[in-house]
Design a protein around this ligand. Sequence first.
Ligand code: NAG
Ligand code: NAG
Ligand code: NAG
Length: 297
Amino acid sequence: MSNTYGKSGYGGVVVDNRKRNGAVGGILTLAVAGVSGYLIWKYALGSPASLTDAQDGLTNLTDKAGEKWEEWDMPGDWSDLSNFTDVLEGLTDELFAELYGGDPMLGDNTTYLWDNDFIDSDNGGLHLTLQNALDDTWQTEFGTAVADWQESEALQLTTERVAVDYNCGRVDGVMVVCNANFGETGWVGINENSIVNNVIVSSVAKMNEYYLRNADFDHRRLTMCHEIGHGFGLPHTDENPHNANLGNCLDYTDNPSTNLLPGDVNMAKLREMYLTRRLRRVEEDGTVVETTQLIRR
Ligand SMILES: *[C@@H]1O[C@H](CO)[C@@H](O)[C@H](O)[C@H]1NC(C)=O
Ligand SMILES: *[C@@H]1O[C@H](CO)[C@@H](O)[C@H](O)[C@H]1NC(C)=O
Ligand SMILES: *[C@@H]1O[C@H](CO)[C@@H](O)[C@H](O)[C@H]1NC(C)=O
């Protein structure tokens, strides 16, 4: 498959979508998990002539998928994402753990990198802007998580506070971080990475207020750290919430207190991803041939 569009994060839906000859085909539901899961939407779009074409198609498909998603498993009033009347009064460690379980992509270790335009492996790695579209209640969690990730020598992050966006719109070339009441979806947070030609071109990290509005600081902080981490392209480090914590926020847990921060294993992965020189060649038939060379420091 030469062109893949995808979204990944926590959620309950796996979608495969195919477009032929300019027409959007039917959306095929591969799996709908009852509780929670790791969401991967893959769009095979033939061969768009240009990135603009591709992004155009992506937007169309994202809209379609949005409509479908609403039909599938959005209880309550999906249209009013900013209505926080019906949210959980609190979140227990048990429920928090459960919400990270039941993952249909268990064991999937696919790692996507951002587009080369954002990577300078000789000069700081991934250069990325995070648009802060969160409301006031999230500013501490966001600031803390960004500072924690910025400890990585492979990340050069810039933040930009923009208008609060409860619709969590995607923006090309940046990671948008937002909060809204998505309802009882089975996920506390979700990250949707848009993949074009096997690289990330945009990312949206969504905090689900249904679970998090009245949750304690640790649950909110861990979720923020976790979803932002996925936005860099990082996979999970462990998917069993009931075993000992690994000390990083990409590890599922029923005890957030020692998993609040990125850990050494995440930092090592980021170095491997963004401080490594890569040569990428796309063959006639669409096969991607990649050669990597770790830059020694
Ligand atoms: C996306 O939708 C617009 C209008 O709805 C249409 O003009 C355009 O051709 C579509 N793009 C693709 C790639 O299907
Ligand atoms: C918010 O949701 C509640 C419960 O679903 C509803 O009763 C109320 O009218 C909604 N408020 C607004 C402003 O839509
Ligand atoms: C992903 O791969 C790493 C090693 O690269 C491994 O330690 C980890 O357990 C894997 N995670 C899953 C969910 O398979």
